[in-house]
Design a protein around this ligand. Structure first.
Ligand SMILES: [Ca+2]
Length: 264
């Protein structure tokens, strides 16, 4: 029997049912658990166990790293296959370096509690210019002309080239706030974040803060042996041409080249 042959009341009920079904499926889509994926390890690269990794970036075939701690903070260029430190610039002892982004031709490096960001010229790392921001600095990355920054909370802040806040996104994993967002890396319009003291990475839609997938990277931690205290996973870089990631941790002996099974 065609719908038009049914009594009007029946048609109305059928319409209501369809509406409920649509609402239920929309709710399920919103609250369904983010899938868990595991990275495929493509290569293990030696990593300086003196590097307290706070940021990792891939630029045109080279890896760049920001390392923290007072008196030990640096900006480094690493050989992409041997992990050798090709270039190293120590920061002033009063700075604890944090997130790193390659933005508009140069590097931007955050500091933890100093409220100061450093801007490096492409070929001269010796005298970076400085500018101030408020609050703590943790992770930094960019999607096109927008910078995205974390500060240890569940909120990512979007900033323009002048570092003005132009937006903010509260990140949620399965409907619950995901706090302690740390190192960030943009990939395919998404933001891959690690969370302080977690062995997982989280793929975030910056438009709504939803975690689209959880990357269980515990196999990487396991391959670095038992790590103590602060020696947690940190440092994520993305090579958009090869669609591979580089992941390491604070004072880890290894840096991993991995493929993450997600549609970047
Ligand atoms: Ca990064």
């Amino acid at each position: 029997m065609e719908m038009r042959d049914r009594p009007p009341v029946f048609r109305a009920l059928a319409g209501t049912g369809l509406l409920l079904l649509l609402l239920a499926s929309a709710a399920a889509a919103q609250w369904s658990s983010a899938p868990v994926v595991r990275p495929e390890i493509l290569a293990e690269i030696p990593h300086d166990t003196g590097a307290f990794t706070q940021g990792l970036v891939w630029v045109s075939g080279n890896l760049y790293e920001s390392t923290g701690l007072y008196g030990q903070s640096t900006l480094r260029q690493l050989h992409p296959r041997t992990g050798a430190v090709l270039r190293r610039q120590k920061l002033d002892d009063r700075y604890f370096a944090e997130g790193l982004a390659h933005f508009q031709g140069g590097f931007l490096q955050l500091t933890w509690r100093e409220g100061v960001a450093l801007r490096y010229a492409p070929n001269d790392w010796k005298k970076p210019s400085r500018f101030r921001y408020s609050g703590e600095g943790w992770g930094l990355t960019n999607i096109g002309a927008s910078l995205w920054m974390s500060n240890g909370s569940d909120t990512l802040y979007r900033r323009d080239a002048a570092f003005r806040i132009t937006g903010r996104t509260a990140v949620k994993l399965n409907g619950r706030p995901l706090a302690r967002l740390n190192e960030l890396e943009a990939a395919g319009g998404r933001i891959v974040a690690n969370v302080w003291y977690s062995d997982s990475l989280f793929i975030i839609d910056p438009a709504n803060g939803r975690v689209l997938a959880v990357v269980d990277a515990s196999a990487l931690t396991a391959r670095c042996g038992r790590r103590s205290g602060d020696e947690v996973l940190n440092g994520v870089a993305y090579d958009p041409l090869a669609k591979v990631f580089y992941v390491t941790g604070k004072k880890w002996p290894k840096l991993f080249k991995v493929r993450i099974p997600f549609g970047f």
